[in-house]
Design a protein around this ligand. Structure first.
Ligand code: ZN
Length: 237
């Protein structure tokens, strides 16, 4: 495991449901934003299935989670959230999703992209996470890069774009770790805004302590205290 030292100018977090971004990248993004990185959140679904409350309707939970996501992003320092509004649980790795991803990569031109690792074998993986992870990989290479894919998108503002690095969270085999010491509490703070999903989460709660402990474990063989780990693949230059 190597320490990942780079702090890019631009990055994008592409995630399936409200709260996935903070779970995957909360501390890293908090650190990068405070060092000047422009980070855009690209949220694929509305989170319309995220409730165990039998009285809850999809319409109500969508509104609640949308507000929670705005507050969580604000706690991290991210101001721009692009919502694709696919239905929670019905995300398909298809042409429509690919087109939306390619368009937003070409529009925001991130150097680094984060998303779900679709190759996780050791644990269950939400189908939306898997489908999105595969589509993000495809969107980066070759679709966003090559002008003959989705040529109807191309104009003076929307140009082919080459993402340099793709970082997966939730990976069986992470190969890099970002030193997030001093930002470990930010992760819990931002996640606590997702109250409908993580009720009662705070720094002092069991789950809050557990999140901090996991960041500590990620950095256990490294020279810093808290880390967020990812599996990175790089584009050939
Ligand atoms: Zn999710």
């Amino acid at each position: 495991m190597n320490e990942f030292l780079e702090i890019p100018k631009t990055a994008m977090v592409i995630f399936a449901h409200p709260d996935d971004a903070e779970i995957g990248t909360g501390a890293t993004v908090a650190k990068w934003v405070s060092n000047g990185t422009n980070v855009v959140y690209l949220l694929a679904t509305t989170g319309s299935s995220g409730s165990n409350d039998l009285e809850m309707t999809s319409k109500k939970i969508v509104e609640i989670r949308s507000n929670e996501q705005i507050q969580a992003a604000k706690a991290i320092g991210v101001n721009e959230i692009v919502s694709l509004d696919y239905v929670d649980g019905e995300l398909e790795s298809n042409r429509s999703l690919l087109s939306d991803l390619v368009y937003n990569l070409r529009k925001y031109k991130p150097e680094i992209v984060f998303t779900h690792d679709p190759f996780r074998m050791k644990n269950f993986l939400h189908r939306d996470h898997r489908n999105l992870g595969f589509s993000v990989m495809d969107a980066i290479y070759p679709y966003a890069r090559d002008h003959l894919h989705f040529p109807e998108q191309i104009n003076e503002n929307i140009q082919p774009h080459k993402v340099k690095k793709l970082l997966f969270w939730g990976s069986d085999e992470p190969n890099i770790c970002v030193n997030v010491s001093n930002y470990e509490q930010k992760k819990v703070e931002s996640l606590s805004k997702h109250e409908s999903q993580l009720p009662g989460l705070s720094l002092g709660s069991e789950y809050g302590k557990n999140i901090i402990l996991r960041l500590k474990n990620s950095a256990k063989d490294l020279s810093f205290e808290y880390g967020e780990s990812f599996r990175m693949i790089e584009a050939r230059s």
